[in-house]
Design a protein around this ligand. Sequence first.
Ligand code: BGO
Length: 267
Amino acid sequence: MSMKIALAGNPNCGKTTLFNGLTGANQFVGNWPGVTVEKKEGKLKGHNDVIIMDLPGIYSLSPYTLEEVVARGYLINERPDAILNIVDGTNLERNLYLSTQLAELGIPMVMAVNMMDVVKKNGDQIFIDKLSEVLGCKVVEISALKGTGIKEAAEAAVKAASAKQAQQIVHTFDKKVENALTDIENMLGSEVPEEQKRFFAIKLFERDDKIKEQMAQVPDVEGIVAAAEQAMDDDSESIITNERYVYISSIIGKCCKKAKAGKMTTS
Ligand code: BGO
């Protein structure tokens, strides 16, 4: 039986370079159904039974761009066996915004930190073991351009997919938000698989109308959301976004050391 690994990351993180490195000439290019967003898949070199799905480059799993809707539709409906999340190591803070959301999908995940040649040249440090610990997933350093670490990253994704161990939830929101999410999860019917409930609950909490189109039965969560908003004096989407940023800064504080303060990025 063939295995599917989805390649997910921000625009410009080196996803195409990695995809080409992993699949070589074994590629099929088309469009996602109904939209003019390019769809690429290819066989992982050396693994006839492993398909790498290249998802559109995105910054978030929100419903605001076609690319985001396509990418998350695939992740929710097709359920790849694993996600290989590629992040730009020279822009880690910005890239982790998507990673925190991918980690909530209940799909085994491996992170590949790309552009490590540039990170090292700049004299910056990323503590990979620490990053792995705080994210709760395997993290591999790569340079897609030089081809270093890419085989190891793909093998780690194959291993994670074979183990079928869903990405653990390591980040929790404020207690008031968590209580609301639990209440929403309890209202979700059996049409939403257990491992996807948290993702759906967060989206419903954010009043993401597009997610409702994915559901046969949409629970009325407005009372729960409005009560949380009142208790926290902010709108629900901002509550979630702000908490993600706080979480991400704590990760950066623990896992990165810049050679010169304020000069982590090259762009
Ligand atoms: C240009 N290291 C370095 N140094 N660069 C990398 C690495 C890496 O590990 N990985 C990718 N790049 P895409 P998306 C370019 O095209 O794969 C570079 O959007 C240029 N082009 O070579 O396209 C990669 O698919 C002229 O750079 O990313 C590419 O995710 C001058 O990152 C860019 C300099 O990679 C984006 C760079 C004409």
